[in-house]
Design a protein around this ligand. Structure first.
Ligand SMILES: Cc1ncc(COP(=O)(O)O)c(C=O)c1O
Length: 385
């Protein structure tokens, strides 16, 4: 049986033929030989496959990028969210406010600690609308989880202000926003914790799954360190029942090498976004390019436009070799998994309207200017402009 918006995704099952512009191109990543040498050393010399010294080194460097005192390497961004709520004792009976247009993991982790996800509609930057947050706060609200969608940070100044007045924690879902800043202050440094993903699609990726939680609180850092490793104080003593959520040494080795390129990766994505902005300006009757604010460094995990006749444009691009995608076609409150929350179509009109018009263009760091030009040209052809 089809529930909610799932009928929508049928029309997106287009096969991209003769791919000319890939959505992501991981085999082009640099440092493969160096990484393999480091891994050879791990395999043949140290054998410290879990929590090796590279994990600590990566945590230290990651905390520097995020301008926080601490960072804890975890096995995924999902666990960074889940464990952040665990260390804040968020659970059954509590409510957590978040946006309905994120990746599934934001809401799933709220539900999986036993709390109730409460959605608040988004603004025209695809981020939670600070004007609507206060109306959703109840005596049961414990936390707000803004998502820095596309790598564009949510309005943290206003969100932190609301949280302070209502004595709520803010957990940043910064999975898409490594090295993004507002007025020079890094995503992941505003909230009580910042949650990052190093999934292969992310700007800073590992060779599988990986995540990081950042915090300035020594108390939360200590708890996160315990929870990620079975609650063990030492080999034989357990102070709290924990989880197995360690970042593998192998993944830290990969991330450390790629971290040297993080600025290049980010700046290249920013440059590509600008090329699209300029190239698509002629299509302004049909295409709305992403918002830009002079004080914000957005890192373009995704380059999302709003497009007239989106579904046909999506098909046309894919049929012409451009791996365009949609993030995300089915809002979270309309997912089958969310039915028990009682939301219905029409509850979050901005998010729902965006779900019908958004389109993600490839923006990764390995694209050539020729490929970007091809995407722009293909869009112009579609609109006959
Ligand atoms: C916004 C957002 N939140 C959470 C996650 C979960 O991260 P992970 O896949 O590392 O568990 C992701 C990415 O996948 C994401 O994009």
């Amino acid at each position: 049986m089809k529930v909610g918006y799932s009928y929508l995704i049928d029309q997106f099952s287009v096969n991209t033929k003769n791919v000319k512009v890939k959505y992501i191109d991981l085999p082009k990543q640099a440092h493969a030989e160096d990484m393999l040498n480091d891994i050879r050393e791990l395999l043949l010399k140290t054998g410290q496959y879990t929590l090796g010294p590279q994990v600590k080194e990566f945590e230290t460097r990651f905390a520097q990028v995020c301008q926080t005192r601490h960072a804890v390497g975890l096995n995924s961004g999902t666990d960074a969210l889940f464990l952040s709520m665990k260390v804040l004792n968020i659970g059954p009976g509590d409510e957590v406010i978040t946006a309905p247009n994120s990746f599934l993991a934001t809401t799933a982790s709220i539900a999986n600690v036993g709390a109730r996800p409460v959605f608040v509609d988004v603004d025209d930057e695809y981020n939670i609308d600070p004007n609507l947050i206060e109306a959703a706060i109840t005596p049961r609200t414990k936390s707000i989880i803004p998502v820095h969608l596309t790598g564009n940070p949510a309005d943290m100044r206003r969100i932190m202000d609301i949280a302070k007045r209502h004595k709520l924690h803010v957990i940043e879902d910064a999975a898409q926003a490594v090295s993004a800043t507002i007025d020079g202050k890094a995503a992941g440094s505003f909230g009580i914790t910042g949650c990052f993903s190093m999934h292969p699609l992310k700007n800073l990726n590992v060779w599988g799954d990986g995540g990081m939680a950042t915090t300035n609180s020594k108390e939360l850092y200590d708890k996160l360190m315990l929870l990620r490793n079975h609650g063990e104080k030492n080999r034989d003593e357990c102070v709290i029942w924990g989880y197995n959520s360690r970042l593998d040494t192998l993944q830290a080795i990969v991330a450390l090498r790629l971290m040297n390129d993080l600025d290049d990766i980010t700046n290249t994505r920013i440059k590509h976004a600008r090329i699209y902005d300029e190239g698509l300006a002629r299509l302004s009757d049909y295409i709305t390019v992403p918002p830009r604010k002079p004080n914000v460094r957005q890192v373009y995990h995704t380059y999302v436009v709003q497009a007239k006749d989106r579904n046909n444009l999506y098909k046309y691009l894919n049929e012409n070799g451009v791996e365009a995608k949609i993030h995300y076609p089915v809002p979270l409150h309309l997912q089958e998994a969310a039915q028990y929350l009682g939301y219905k179509e029409g509850d979050f009109p901005v998010c729902e309207a965006q779900a019908r018009s958004i389109l993600t263009l490839p923006v990764h760091q390995h694209l050539t200017e020729g490929q970007l030009g091809y995407v722009i040209e293909t869009m112009r052809k579609f609109y006959k402009a």
